[in-house]
Design a protein around this ligand. Structure first.
Ligand SMILES: Nc1ncnc2c1ncn2[C@@H]1O[C@H](COP(=O)(O)OP(=O)(O)OP(=O)(O)O)[C@@H](O)[C@H]1O
Ligand SMILES: [Mg+2]
Length: 477
């Protein structure tokens, strides 16, 4: 029996129909709301968020068709089934044109009702899931790349676990692929055609997270003007991914524990128990065991979550995956940015291999994306990699030797001289007279000057320098 707490509204001015239809729907496991006229019906629609409406076509006051138009004007997409009496088939046809989902003639048969409801509700669920799915499916998370033994061990563990109903705990540093694995496990499971709903437990207040997870009833708090289904309810039949579960507040830990034990919950402000069938995958980059010891994470919750742990190894511990992943991301980003990279230079590969990857696969993906965007196809060159990566490699054998003050000043002057000579096409006399060759900077460095300009020009510069010096001291004196 359905205990999803889905509400069906019955609108009919005939109390007998209201009762008979209502009872039938309740016996099918639905909540039923009842209205005797159009005005009341619209009020209930605004406040109770029904998933389906049975609407009498002939009512005193507002006609069924008018109510239907009002519903459409509110952009409600739940199915509306018209209740028609003998002789109102024309109206029913008109109603279908106006967007009614179906109609049932009075008097109705009990199993006819069951059939119509089942079909309509299934359509609603599919719609809702499709909405969620198109929002959630992200092509970044389709493929797990890598060939290392450590990664393969994690993959085969995950595939085995995918076949069970057990709660899975993904552990690993940031960027090691926990979310990727969560989605992969969902896709490897029988639930793959149902929703995968990710919930990030970080940064949400206890109240927000609670209503995210469990939903709320209308009027549960200020601002709760409509009933809202939580993500756990929407995920029914599918997978709920609790990301960063180590960051969940203590109060919510208790609620989550209860849900994990009973698979039942109430919406915030609600009293009705809602039962769902969802697989839980949790992930954290924290040391949960330590958090338990320090009293920050409930031990009982820890055991509920840590049923099948899967550890994702850091990238630095499986360097053989680096070139494979680099190739993989090169292809992906080439396609995305319509550039035809086919190769990574040996030098660039060596730099990638030498790097420590503290940000793991995410960092590698970013580095390659940047190289593809900035580089020149078809080869990713070492120059296309972020300076941090290349510098790290240079640290071992190419460290620049420290230089003395005088050496670096000489170096600077040499550059100025070379620049000046370039400016004058090698004409030393002209270069010596350029403003960039200032006497102040060259006077003490005669050797450099001599080498640069030759003895004769050097003497000339020195002469100028002396004149300027004398003039300066004269004016400043
Ligand atoms: N083996 C892999 N093959 C392909 N892509 C991967 C792999 N591992 C990680 N990625 C990619 O690296 C990025 C980071 O992965 P993901 O978001 O799953 O990491 P995470 O462990 O959840 O990190 P965090 O703890 O920071 O949330 C994603 O774009 C993901 O698709
Ligand atoms: Mg993550």
């Amino acid at each position: 029996m359905t205990t999803l707490g889905e509400t069906i509204l019955v609108v009919d001015d005939d109390p007998y129909i209201q009762e008979a239809l209502g009872d039938r729907l309740e016996s099918l496991g639905y909540r039923v709301a009842r209205a005797s006229d159009g005005k009341q019906a619209l009020e209930l629609i605004d406040h109770q968020d029904p998933q389906m409406v049975f609407l009498d076509i002939e009512m005193p006051g507002m006609k069924g068709l008018d109510v239907l138009r009002e519903i459409r004007a509110r952009e409600k997409d739940f199915p509306v089934v018209m209740i028609t009496a003998y002789g109102s088939v024309d109206l029913a046809v008109e109603a279908m044109k106006e967007g009614a989902y179906d109609f049932i003639p009075k008097p109705f048969k009990a199993n006819h009702i069951a059939l119509v409801v089942e079909k309509a509700m299934e359509r609603q669920r599919l719609r809702r899931e499709k909405e969620v799915l198109s929002e959630e499916v992200d092509k970044r998370y389709r493929l797990v790349a890598g060939t290392s033994a450590k990664l393969n061990a994690a993959i085969s563990g995950a595939k085995k676990a995918a076949g069970s109903k057990s709660t899975i705990l993904l552990l690993g540093e940031s960027g090691t692929g926990k979310e990727l694995f969560a989605r992969a496990i969902h896709n490897w499971s029988e639930r793959k055609d149902r929703p995968f709903i990710a919930i990030n437990c970080v940064g949400l207040s206890k109240e927000l997270l609670e209503s995210e997870l469990f939903g709320y009833e209308k009027g549960a708090f200020t601002g709760a003007s409509q009933l809202k289904r939580g993500k756990i309810e929407i995920a029914n039949g599918g997978t709920v991914f609790l990301d960063e579960v180590g960051d969940i507040s203590e109060e919510l830990q208790a609620k989550l524990l209860r849900f994990l034990q009973e698979r039942e919950f109430e919406r915030v402000g609600g009293t009705q128990l809602i039962r769902v069938d969802v697989r839980i995958i949790a992930a954290t980059n924290r040391n949960l065991e330590a958090a338990v010891k320090e009293g920050r994470f409930r031990e009982d919750l820890y055991y509920r979550i840590n049923v099948v742990p899967i550890v994702l190894p850091p990238l630095r511990g499986r360097k053989e995956d680096v070139p494979v992943l680099a190739q993989f991301f090169m292809q992906r980003f080439s396609i995305e940015s319509k550039k035809s990279f086919t190769e990574i230079s040996q030098e660039a590969l060596e730099a990638l291999n030498a790097y420590d990857w503290p940000g793991n696969v995410r960092e590698l993906a970013n580095v390659i994306e940047r190289a593809v965007v900035l580089g020149q196809p078809p080869i990713i060159q070492i120059e296309d990699l972020s300076p941090g990566i290349v510098a790290a490699e240079g640290e071992i054998d190419n460290r620049p030797t420290p230089v003395s003050y005088h050496e670096s000043v000489d170096e600077y002057r040499r550059e100025v001289i070379v620049g000046a000579l370039a400016q004058t096409q090698g004409n030393r006399a002209a270069a010596a007279r350029l403003p960039s060759i200032s006497p102040e900077s060259f006077f003490p460095h005669q050797r450099v000057l001599r080498v640069a300009f030759g003895a004769e020009r050097h003497r000339e510069i020195v002469r100028r320098c002396k004149v300027i010096h004398i003039a300066r001291s004269h004016f400043s004196g």
